[in-house]
Design a protein around this ligand. Structure first.
Ligand SMILES: Cc1ncc(COP(=O)(O)O)c(C=O)c1O
Length: 462
């Protein structure tokens, strides 16, 4: 922003917003006396609000989305050119960017082969659930229809995806939910459900097997998991977890659906989060970082084996995937996604994510040494969390108002960080960091310094 914007220039915008906009995930009563924040402009890692105040964005647009940073003219141009040529046609036909991006994406996902386009993470996950249900009908007489999900994971905001939601505060008051979704335990070792166990990762994975056996393996069609749990506390899976999950899935013919809505397209320093763990999913969903928020796009990617199941009998009018996504046909999505991927490749952003992620983790470990309130630090790539506790021995979670005070203090310093929010009751105590993949060492240091200062002010000297 040019810095000449006077505070009142956008008064009419603020008034219109206050009068008419219903913002997501926020209590609106305070807006009766306080202005909502309106974001006006972004460039690189930084955004400017209605007062012309500059902020370093350590959460990529609030919800880990703007992976390549703000103000990318080349993405805007790619989208503009495509919109003028052909903005839309329903997904029953193909498009040039749709075909090109699918090919490029599959090139990054060995073992996968088909891309189904939709427009949000929730929608992509719904599609996957529908496929699981249809496969149950096609292959198992309707029986193998249950979908497992994990405590603390989140897969979306629709009633179907909330039915697979492991965050009780996201779900509360929105039931009844769809039947056939079954919860398995989380894999957060810091909050071990089994006390101190030698091989926690394997133990947590075995808990999935216990649920499969309890429900009956012939009734369980799939399991949907985040590779690194995001809003449920930034939970990096413990060693041995994923390998054991894969073994269990194979043993009981349970499809492995990985929800890469947050981790997908670079966030953890690999193209996809699951690729850190050497596993092979059957279905992968992705959204946020696919086009870094320059256009709405989500994808459900499957293996050829899954795809083949949906064209076995062309004489049967119900044999194929009878699903529609109107906005899955918007060509702006794959046009933006193609350019987004080119930027990540040409600018070496995966490598940068690994380097800067290590700096962020090291810095957070340093904060843990300095501040007793930092109980645990977790993360992968430019995706990190710091769990705040009042007592390291008892691990009593820091109260949410104090956690929010740290976020507010950082905001005052011009750095936007996040915290787990309306997620797991009593455990909205993890600070979240997901700066863009273009982060520099100076950006990471500025984020860490602001948190250091905020922790000191909110919780007292370390
Ligand atoms: C892991 C995960 N899956 C799915 C979703 C839902 O995506 P969307 O908000 O695009 O529907 C989210 C959103 O935060 C998410 O974090």
């Amino acid at each position: 922003m040019d810095g000449i914007l006077a505070e009142n220039d956008l008064g009419d915008i603020v008034a219109a917003d206050r009068a008419h906009v219903w913002h997501h995930l926020i209590q609106h009563k305070p807006f009766e006396s306080v202005d909502p924040r309106i974001m006006i402009e972004g460039k690189g890692m930084r955004v400017w609000d209605q007062h012309g105040r500059e902020h370093l964005d350590a959460v990529s647009g609030g919800v880990w989305t703007v992976n390549v940073g703000y103000g990318r003219e080349s993405i805007a141009n790619a989208v503009r050119d495509q919109l003028i040529r052909l903005n839309y046609f329903a997904g029953s036909a193909g498009s040039i960017p749709g075909a090109r991006f699918a090919e490029k994406l599959i090139g990054k996902m060995p073992g996968m082969s088909r891309v189904y386009y939709a427009n949000s993470g929730s929608e992509a996950n719904e599609k996957a659930f529908k496929m699981v249900r249809q496969i149950a009908h096609k292959k198992y007489g309707g029986r193998k229809n249950k979908i497992l999900f994990r405590d603390r994971d989140y897969h979306g905001t629709t009633i179907g995806t909330l039915s697979a939601g492991g965050q009780q505060q996201r779900n509360a008051q929105y039931g009844p939910f769809a039947p056939g979704f079954v919860e398995v335990p989380h894999c957060l070792e810091y909050r071990s459900q089994w006390g101190e166990v030698a091989d926690y990762g394997v133990r947590a994975a075995k808990a999935i097997e216990e649920v499969i056996l309890r429900e009956g393996p012939d009734t369980v069609g799939a399991i949907c998991l985040e590779p690194v749990t995001a809003g449920g506390g930034v939970i990096t899976p413990p060693a041995g977890y994923w390998e054991t999950v894969q073994e269990i899935c194979r043993k009981y013919s349970v499809l492995l659906h990985i929800d890469e809505v947050v981790c997908g397209v670079g966030r953890t320093g690999t193209w996809f989060g699951y690729q850190n763990f050497g596993i092979q999913p059957d279905m992968v969903t992705m959204a946020k970082g696919v086009a870094s928020g320059y256009a709405a796009i989500s994808c459900l990617v499957t293996t050829e084996e899954v795809f083949e199941l949906f064209k076995a009998n062309p004489d049967d009018p119900l044999d194929y995937f009878r699903d529609i996504s109107t906005f899955g046909g918007c060509t702006a999505g794959p046009a933006a996604a193609l350019e987004n991927m080119r930027i990540i490749e040409d600018e070496g952003l995966l490598e940068n994510t690994v380097r800067m992620g290590a700096r962020l983790m090291e810095g957070l470990e340093g904060l843990k040494e300095r501040h007793r309130v930092v109980g645990d630090v977790r993360g992968k790539g430019l995706f990190a969390g710091a769990e705040l506790v009042m007592d390291r021995q008892t691990k009593e979670p820091a109260p949410e108002p104090k956690v929010q005070a740290v976020v507010a203090d950082c905001m005052k310093q011009g750095v936007i960080i996040g915290a787990t929010n309306r997620s797991v009751p009593g455990f909205n105590n993890t600070l979240c960091f997901s700066p863009a993949l273009i982060s520099t060492a100076a950006d990471i240091d500025q984020i860490l310094e602001s948190v250091d200062g905020a922790l000191t002010r909110v919780f007292g000297q370390a």
